[in-house]
Design a protein around this ligand. Structure first.
Ligand code: ADP
Length: 504
C-alpha cells in the first residue's frame, strides 16, 4: 500500500517523503491539489493520503471532498496538514472528509504514529470489506442452493403472519414474481377457500408453539391450475430472538395423482378377481357335481369314464384356484369380515391332522407331533388360522416323497405361540427362499414332484399370519427338507383378555 504526500512547499514535501521512506513506506508525491487528485485516480495502490490544506489552485480541502465523493467504495485514510494551530482548519478538514490531522511543524514521531494508525484503520476496513464480500458470496450461494431445490423454502413472521422469505420455486409453481409473497401474506390468497380453515389451524398450531406441524392443502396458480401441496414447518428463534416459522412447501400433485391412480387400478384388479372368482365358482361347482354324477353311471365306455375322471380332477383343480384367488382378493382388500376370537392353535392343528390322515396314510408318510396336548391360545379367526395350518401340512405332504417324515411342533415362550412344520422332503433351493411368500411364486425344483400348484398358498398364509400380527419364515431342515415356522402373539388369559384384542 502506498502513501500519497501532497504539499506545495517543496522542502516540507521532501522531509515528508524522506521520513516516510525511511520507515519503509512507498511514497508518491504531488506538489499541488490537482496533481494529488490525478495521482489518486491513477494509482489504486494509494491507501493513505497526507495532504496540505493550503495549496494554490485546488486546495487540500477540495482534494479531500473529491476523494470522499468520487472514489466510491475505495478506502483511503486521509491526514490533513494544517499550518496553524486552532480548531477552525482542523474542523474544516474533518468536514471535508479527513480522518486525522497534523499541525505544521510536526514532530517526526507524531507523523509516524498517525500514519501507523492510518494503516491499521485501512487494514481493518479492508478486512471488513473482504468479510462482507465473503458473507455476500455465501449468502448468494445459499440462495442459489435454496432456489434450485424442488421445494419452496420459506420463513414467516408470526402474528400477523408475514412471509419474510420465499424461495424462487414459489414463482415457478404459482407464476409471477416471488417478491410479491414477501412482507405480506399473499400466499394465503392462493390457498383454495375450502382449505383455508385447515391452513389457519395449522398456523395457529405453530403460533401456539407446536414443535413441528404439517398441512396438506390446495393452491390455485396464476393460470388457474389447482395444485396439491404439503407444508411442513417448525418455529425457530432468529438472531434477534424473535419467534419465526421456517418451513417447506412441496408440490405433491403428481405424486398424489399417481397414488390415486395406482390405488384405483389395484381396486379394479381386486374387484375384477373377486367378481370373476364369484362368477366362476357357481358354474364350476355345478360342473363338478355333474361329473361326479356321471362317474356313478354304469353305462359308457372305459375311455369315456377316463375322460370324465380327468375332467373331474381338472374341475377340482380349477375350484382350488378360484378359491385361492377369492381368498387373496378378500385378504388383500381386508374384507375378511371376521372378528378375532380366542383360538387354540393346538386344537386347530389336531383337526387339520385328522383331516389329512387319509392322504398321509396313502403316501406312507410318518407323522409325528408334539405340544398338541396343551392349549396354545391366540387371537384370530379360527377358520383362517385353520387354513394356514392346512396349507403348511398339505405342502409338507405334497413336497415330501412317499415314506418321508413330517413333524409338527407347537410351543410357546410366554409371548408367542410357535408352530413348526418340518419335513424330510425336497426342500427349497437357496435362491428361491427369499421369494417363497410372494404371490404366484413356485420354486424350480417342485415341478418334478408336483406339477400342479398355484403358488398362492404361502402368499395367503403370509397375509393371514401378518393380519394376526404374527410372523412366518422358512428354515432349511437338517434332513435337507423344509421347516416352515409361524409365530403368533399369545392371547391374554381369559379373565383379562379383551373381547377382540387382535383383528384378523
Ligand atoms: P403351491 O404349493 O401351489 O406351488 P404354495 O404357495 O403353497 O404354492 O407354495 C409356494 C412354493 O413354495 C411351492 O411351489 C414350493 O416351491 C415351495 N414350498 C412350499 N412348501 C414346501 C415344502 N414343504 N417343501 C418344499 N417346497 C415347498
Amino acid at each position: 500500500m502506498k502513501i500519497l504526500a501532497a504539499d506545495d512547499d517543496a522542502l516540507s514535501l521532501r522531509v515528508l517523503q524522506r521520513s516516510l521512506e525511511k520507515w519503509g513506506h512507498e511514497v508518491v508525491t504531488a506538489t499541488d491539489g490537482s496533481l494529488a487528485w490525478k495521482a489518486l485516480l491513477e494509482d489504486f495502490a494509494i491507501g493513505v493520503m497526507i495532504v496540505d490544506l493550503n495549496m494554490p489552485g485546488m486546495d487540500g480541502l477540495e482534494v479531500c471532498r473529491l476523494a470522499r465523493e468520487a472514489l466510491g467504495e475505495r478506502v483511503i485514510y486521509i491526514i490533513v496538514l494544517t499550518a496553524k494551530r486552532g480548531a477552525e482548519s482542523m474542523l474544516q478538514g474533518f468536514a471535508a472528509g479527513a480522518d486525522d490531522y497534523l499541525t505544521k511543524p510536526f514532530r517526526p514521531d507524531e507523523l509516524r504514529a498517525r500514519v501507523d494508525v492510518g494503516f491499521r484503520v485501512i487494514g481493518l476496513q479492508r478486512m471488513l470489506a473482504e468479510r462482507v464480500v465473503a458473507h455476500e458470496a455465501t449468502q448468494r450461494r445459499y440462495r442459489e442452493l435454496v432456489d434450485s431445490l424442488d421445494v419452496i423454502v420459506w420463513e414467516a413472521e408470526l402474528e400477523p403472519w408475514r412471509h419474510r422469505f420465499v424461495s424462487q420455486q414459489a414463482a415457478q409453481l404459482l407464476g409471477g414474481r416471488v417478491d410479491r409473497f414477501v412482507d405480506c401474506d399473499m400466499w394465503l390468497s392462493h390457498v383454495l377457500p375450502a382449505d383455508r380453515p385447515a391452513v389457519e389451524a395449522y398456523r395457529e398450531r405453530l403460533v401456539a408453539g407446536a414443535p413441528v406441524a404439517e398441512c396438506d392443502y390446495h393452491v390455485m396458480t396464476d393460470d388457474g391450475r389447482v395444485l396439491a401441496v404439503r407444508d411442513q414447518a417448525r418455529p425457530v428463534l432468529d438472531d434477534q430472538g424473535t419467534r419465526r416459522v421456517r418451513g417447506v412447501t412441496i408440490d405433491v400433485t403428481e405424486r398424489r395423482r399417481a397414488r390415486e391412480q395406482f390405488e384405483a387400478a389395484m381396486k379394479m384388479q381386486a374387484d375384477f378377481v373377486n367378481f370373476a372368482s364369484h362368477q366362476l365358482r357357481t358354474p364350476l361347482t355345478g360342473i363338478k357335481w355333474m361329473l361326479e354324477l356321471a362317474m356313478t353311471e354304469e353305462d359308457g365306455s372305459a375311455d369315456m369314464r377316463g375322460f370324465v375322471a380327468d375332467s373331474l380332477e381338472a374341475s377340482g383343480r380349477l375350484i382350488v384356484l378360484v378359491n385361492d384367488l377369492l381368498s387373496v382378493s378378500r385378504l388383500e382388500a381386508a374384507r375378511t369380515g371376521s372378528a378375532a376370537s380366542r383360538c387354540d392353535v393346538a386344537q386347530l392343528m389336531q383337526e387339520v391332522l385328522a383331516d389329512i390322515q387319509p392322504v398321509v396314510r396313502k403316501s406312507d408318510h410318518r407323522l409325528e407331533w408334539s405340544g398338541l396336548d396343551v392349549e396354545h391360545a391366540v387371537m384370530g379367526d379360527s377358520q383362517l388360522l385353520r387354513q394356514v395350518l392346512q396349507n403348511l401340512m398339505s405342502n409338507a405332504v405334497k413336497y415330501t416323497p412317499p415314506g418321508g417324515r413330517i413333524e409338527v411342533a407347537i410351543t410357546n415362550d410366554g409371548a408367542e405361540v410357535l408352530c413348526a412344520v418340518t419335513d424330510t422332503g425336497i426342500g427349497v433351493p437357496e435362491a428361491a427362499r427369499p421369494r417363497l411368500f410372494e404371490k404366484f411364486f413356485r420354486a424350480d425344483n417342485v415341478s418334478r414332484v408336483e406339477t400342479e400348484g398355484t403358488g398362492l398358498g404361502l402368499y395367503i398364509v403370509r397375509l393371514i399370519v401378518e393380519r394376526a400380527h404374527g410372523r412366518i419364515w422358512f428354515e432349511p431342515a437338517e434332513s435337507g427338507g423344509s421347516r416352515f415356522l409361524i409365530a403368533l402373539p399369545l392371547a391374554a388369559t381369559p379373565e383379562t383378555a379383551p373381547a377382540s384384542a387382535v383383528e384378523v
